[in-house]
Design a binder for this molecule. Structure first.
Ligand code: NDP
Length: 446
C-alpha cells in the first residue's frame, strides 16, 4: 500500500509516463516503502525528492542500423536512460532482447539508482539496451550490431560520465565489440568506459561471476540470521545465463544442491544436482539450449514450456527476467516448504508474489539488494582501471563477499529502524533512497 500522502505523486508518475507498466511497477514498489521516511524526514518533501528521483536526468533513444550476413538491412532501436548521477558517474548494464522498450529500460535504470547506492560505492544509476534479438545471430552479425550501437552511444559515455556494463544478451563478447568500436572512434584506450571486459584487456577477475556469487552470499547472510546455512538445501535457479550459471556454481560450492534451471523454452530437472561443468559447456562454450544439457546428462528430466516454481525446494533464486514469478508461483513455493528467496534477476517477482513471501514470513531478498554484487564488482573493475592495477581472484571475491554482507546488514538495520524487522524490501528501498536523496540535497537544485 502506498501512504496516502504519496498517492498523488504516484498518480502523477503514471500520468507522465503513460503505458510504461514496468516503470510504474518499479516506482510503486519503492513508494510503498517511503511513507515512514517522509514522516521522519520532512526535508525530503520540502525538496520534492520523490518526484525528482522518479524523473530521469536524461533519456537517449536512437536508431541502430546494421547488415546481416546476407546483406539484409535491419533497423533496431537503442536506448540509454541516464537516471541519476548524484553519487557518481551513471552506471548500469545494456540489455539486448526483443522485449526491450522504454518502460523496461526505465524500470531497470530506476532500480539501479538504489542498488548502486546500497553498494556504498560512488556510482550513479542508468540502464540501456536495444530491442535487437541476438538469438541465432552469427558472431559477425553480433559484431556489426555492437559497432553500430556504439557508433551512437560513444558520444554519451565515458569514464567520468556514464559507464555501461552487460545484462541480458550482453556479455564479454558484446562488451569487447563495443569497447573496440569506442577505442577506434575516440582513439583513446579508456578502459574505464565499460565494465565486464575480458581480463586480458582491462577486465576484473570475478566480474563475470559477481552477480550470481553475490546473490548467493546475500542469501547465505539472510539464512544466517535464522540460524540456517545452505548446506544440504535443495535449490531452484531459473534461467541459465550469466547470473543463473554463477549462482548455481556458488550454491554447489557452498554445499547446496541445485535441482533445476531453465531457459525460455523449458526446464531441466536434475534431482542429483546440476553438473556445473556440463552446463557451462552447453551454455557458454557451445551456446546451446538447456534441453541439450538434459540430453547429455542421464537421469535428468526436461519439461518443454514447463514451470520451474512447482518443483519442491528449500530455496528459490529467480535469475532470468522481470515478472517471471507470479503470486500463484509464490504461493506454490511457500506451500512446498520454501524458506528463502533471493532475486538474482531484476524485479523477477510480481508485486503480488512479493506480498505472498512477506506475509508468509520467509526470507526474501529483493534484487536491488541481492543482485548488487555485479555492479559492485564493476565499480571494483573501475578502481583497478583507474589505478592500472589488477587484483587476484581470491582478493576480489573476498571484497565482493564483504560488500554483500554490508548490504545485507544495511538493509537489516534500516528495516529494524523503520519498524519492519526482517523486511529486506523496506530496508533496501529506504536505505538506497536516503543515501541518494541526501546527496541530491547537498548538490543543490541541479
Ligand atoms: P543472460 O542473457 O546471460 O541470461 C538470461 C537468462 O534468462 C537466459 O537463460 C534466458 O533464456 C532467460 N530469459 C531471458 N528473458 C527471458 C524471458 N522473457 N522469459 C524466460 N526466460 C528468459 O542474462 P543475465 O544472466 O545477465 O541476466 C539475468 C537477469 O539478471 C536479468 O534480470 C538481469 O537484469 C539481471 N542482472 C544481471 C546482472 C549481470 O551482471 N549480468 C547484474 C544484475 C542483475 P533464453 O536464452 O531462452 O532467452
Amino acid at each position: 500500500m502506498i501512504d496516502e500522502k504519496l498517492e498523488a505523486i504516484y498518480a502523477e508518475i503514471v500520468r507522465l509516463n503513460p503505458g510504461e507498466v514496468e516503470f510504474h511497477q518499479a516506482t510503486r514498489d519503492v513508494l510503498e516503502s517511503l511513507g515512514l521516511v517522509v514522516a521522519k524526514h520532512p526535508e525530503f518533501a520540502r525538496h520534492r525528492m520523490i518526484p525528482r528521483i522518479c524523473e530521469p536526468e536524461r533519456q537517449i533513444i536512437f536508431r541502430v542500423t546494421w547488415q546481416d550476413d546476407h546483406g539484409g538491412v535491419h533497423i533496431n532501436r537503442g536506448y540509454r536512460v541516464e537516471f541519476n548521477s548524484a553519487l557518481g558517474p551513471y552506471k548500469g548494464g545494456l540489455r539486448f532482447h526483443p522485449s526491450v522498450n522504454l518502460s523496461i529500460v526505465k524500470f531497470l535504470g530506476f532500480e539501479q539508482i538504489f542498488k548502486n547506492a546500497l553498494t556504498g560505492l560512488p556510482i550513479g544509476g542508468a540502464k540501456g539496451g536495444s530491442n535487437f534479438d541476438p538469438k541465432g545471430r552469427s558472431d559477425d552479425e553480433i559484431m556489426r550490431f555492437c559497432q553500430s550501437f556504439m557508433t551512437e552511444l560513444y558520444r554519451h559515455v565515458g569514464e567520468y560520465t556514464d559507464v555501461p556494463a552487460g545484462d541480458i544478451g550482453v556479455g564479454r563478447r558484446e562488451i569487447g565489440y563495443m569497447f573496440g568500436q569506442y577505442k577506434r572512434i575516440t582513439n583513446r584506450y579508456e578502459s574505464g568506459v565499460l565494465t565486464g571486459k575480458g581480463v586480458d584487456w582491462g577486465g576484473a577477475l570475478v566480474r563475470e561471476e559477481a552477480t550470481g556469487y553475490g546473490t548467493v552470499f546475500f542469501l547465505a547472510e539472510m539464512l544466517k540470521t535464522r540460524g540456517e546455512t545452505l548446506d544440504g538445501k535443495d535449490c531452484l535457479v531459473s534461467g541459465s545465463g550469466n547470473v543463473a550459471l554463477n549462482a548455481i556454481e556458488k550454491l554447489t560450492q557452498m554445499g547446496a544442491r541445485v535441482v533445476a534451471c531453465s531457459d525460455s523454452d523449458g526446464v531441466v530437472h536434475d534431482p542429483d544436482g546440476i553438473d556445473v561443468a556440463l552446463l557451462r559447456q552447453v551454455k557458454e562454450v557451445e551456446r546451446l539450449r538447456v534441453s541439450e544439457y538434459a540430453q547429455r546428462r542421464p537421469g535428468t528430466g526436461y519439461i518443454r514450456g514447463g514451470q520451474i516454481w512447482s518443483i519442491p525446494c528449500d530455496v528459490a533464486l529467480p535469475c532470468a527476467t522481470q515478472n517471471e514469478l507470479s503470486g500463484k508461483d509464490a504461493a506454490t513455493l511457500v506451500a512446498n516448504g520454501c524458506i528463502a528467496v533471493a532475486e538474482g534477476a531484476n524485479m523477477p517477482t510480481t508485486g503480488e508474489g512479493v506480498r505472498v513471501f512477506l506475509d508468509a514470513g520467509i526470507a526474501f531478498g529483493p534484487g536491488k539488494a541481492a543482485n548488487a554484487g555485479g555492479v559492485a564488482t564493476s565499480a571494483l573493475e573501475m578502481q583497478q582501471n583507474a589505478s592500472r592495477d589488477s587484483w587476484t581472484f581470491d582478493y576480489t571475491e573476498s571484497r565482493l563477499a564483504r560488500i554483500m554482507a554490508d548490504i545485507h546488514e544495511t538493509c537489516r538495520q534500516t528495516a529494524e529502524e523503520f519498524g519492519a524487522p526482517g523486511n529486506y524490501v523496506v530496508g533496501a528501498n529506504i536505505a538506497g533512497f536516503r543515501r541518494v536523496a541526501r546527496a541530491m540535497i547537498d548538490l543543490g537544485l541541479i
